[in-house]
Design a protein around this ligand. Structure first.
Ligand SMILES: [Zn+2]
Length: 143
């Protein structure tokens, strides 16, 4: 994903932005192959600590979803006034490795979300406060 200028990211360690599309970064256990997101320093499946960084890719399938219909409590820091809060989609997206990633969804319309539908990773400005640089996080959009 070529960017004209670096974006302010909420969690830059979770993303690889050097390819044509953004990709999520996790870890894989070298002993048993279990994949983690976010990256883990140890394996809860086999107790090994020999982990390697791995890309989870940019595409997956919607495993489940809901709508966040009210402003979350901290650590949410969207920065908007409660009256300005707009509901957003939240889902689990199953990546090709099988790991399920909780993420914002770019749509909040139940008519546009269907379990099993293909999703692609993107970036979304979730914190937009006047006078501040927007803060981006990863999100999934229907393909
Ligand atoms: Zn393991």
């Amino acid at each position: 994903m070529k960017l004209d200028s670096p974006l302010k990211l909420a969690c830059p360690e979770l993303l690889d932005l050097d390819g044509a599309e953004p990709a999520l970064m996790g870890s894989r256990c070298r002993a048993c192959g279990e994949v983690y997101f976010p990256a883990s320093r140890g394996c809860t499946r086999c107790c090994a600590t020999d982990m390697e960084v791995c890309s989870l890719g940019s595409h997956g399938h919607l495993w489940s979803w809901t709508l966040q219909g009210f402003q979350p409590k901290a650590p949410y820091n969207g920065g908007e006034a409660e009256a300005d809060f707009r509901p957003y989609g939240v889902g689990y997206v199953e990546m090709p490795s099988g790991v399920k990633v909780e993420a914002r969804l770019t749509v909040a319309d139940p008519a546009l979300l269907k379990i099993g539908m293909p999703m692609r990773l993107t970036l979304q400005a979730y914190r937009q406060v006047a006078g501040e640089e927007p803060v981006y996080t990863y999100a999934f959009a229907p393909v």
